[in-house]
Every structure is written in C-alpha cells, then in structure tokens.
Design a binder for this molecule. Sequence first.
Ligand code: BTN
Length: 267
Amino acid sequence: MSTVDPIRWPLEAIWQAVEPTLPGFTCEVLPTVDSTNTELMRRFKAGQPEPTLLVAEQQSAGRGRLGRQWHSQRGDSLMFSLGLQLAPADWSGLSLAVGVSLAESLDAASAVHHRIALKWPNDLWLVQNKTERKLGGILVETATFEGQRYVVIGVGINVHAFELTLQESTAIAPNCLQNLQPDADVTSTLLRVLPPLVQTVLAFAQFGFAPFQARFALRDVLAGRDVQLSDGTHGQAHGVTETGALLVHTSSGMKEITSSEVSVRPC
Ligand code: BTN
C-alpha cells in the first residue's frame, strides 16, 4: 500500500458496537505515533482516563514484551491499543484472556477453525501445514495515577506480509493473516476483533481468567512440548492454571511460571 492511499477505518461502526457497554468510549486513528501504548499512558497521566481505542497507521517506536521492538508497516499491520479504567480482583491472566478473544474472533472467519494458536503469555501464532509462526502479539500495561488504575491493552497483528529490513531479517519472519484469509485487511480485522475484545475485558474484570482457561487450552501451542525458559531451565509444558500461570514440569518438579520477565520457547 502506498503512503498516500487513505485507509477507511470503520470507527463509526466500532463506536456504535462498543459505546453501549462502555459509556464514554471514544476511538481515534493517528497517521503516525511512537507507540499507541505509550500515547495512551501519556494521556492517562495527563488526566484523560476515558475508555479509548487508539489505532495507529504507523508506529515509530512500537514496543513488544520484554523491551523488544515491534516492527510494522503501514497498511500491513493492524496496531491498536485499548485503554480503560479497570478494577479486577486479580489481574493475572489478562493477556491470555485477550489472546483467547483475538484468536476466536480471527478464527471465526476461517474455513477451518483452530488454526490460530496461543503461545503463553502473549503471542498469537498461525499454525498451517505443520509450520507455526508468530502472527501477532499483545502488550498489556497498567498504571496508577492519583488513585486511579488504568490498563492499556496493545495489540499488533500482521495482516499482510511485509518486507523486513536487513537488520530485522535476522529474526524469524512473522506470519500474516492473509495466508489464512486472503481477503483480510487491517480495517475489517479491526472491526472483527474489537467489539468482542471489549466484552472479554469486561468479563475478565468481573470473573477473572478462570472462565477462559479451557478456551486457552484448546489453542495452547506449548502444551505437552519440551520448552526452555529464558533462565536456562528445561521442562515440559503442562497447560496453564486458572490464574494463567504456565505449568512446566522440570527435573525439580512442577513449576508455576508467572514472571513477566520469563520467556519460553519450544525446543
Ligand atoms: C509482543 O509481541 O511482544 C507484543 C507486541 C505488541 C505490539 C502492539 S502494536 C500496538 C501497541 N503499541 C505498541 O507499541 N505495542 C503494541
């Protein structure tokens, strides 16, 4: 897509679907921003805690988990953040519940379901013809300011394939949604995933992760596989607990992995 082609975002349809359950909800598209997560956090700290969907056509400093960069290209990646005040009794498992919602929404348009898998704690994977590669990621961040707790749920989904720069190409090339759904584009993908995502976040605030546990298990790409944790530990993944912790059977017994500083990869 050229940089001059306008992208027609379905903001009105999204607003109509979401506002009745999220009073005060607003949505906005920015042609470019450093990071939609960073921008919503800035706004919250400047006294704007209203529920907001912020979509970026381009990000100059997109962020992933563990300080990683999120690479994207205009029109090829769907990049948005949803910011709102939330007060769940327990925050554990929110990024997993978000992943379940996104995977179910994206799979609903596929001829064959359950091709979108989830890799604990925040990755969407596309599993196709025995190959599996990352399709998207979730970055959940929270902040407290003047007694108010705010959460920003950032989502990046590769919709079309895009060229990686020479520096980026040392990483495994990500997959893209168009390989599964040839007519997918960033606007229809946003409309498909956003209203169910809002419902998911509100349900999570009320009931926590437990109602999502079995749905996560259906798509858990690590289950039963040998994994290596970033601290060097090896083990076998055994699903997630009802608070979203990853169970790993290691030589020193079953471990519950909750640390957001730990990364896990299949061996
Ligand atoms: C990951 O893979 O570790 C998470 C990637 C999250 C990327 C999205 S794009 C929209 C939002 N803004 C960001 O800077 N990051 C998230």
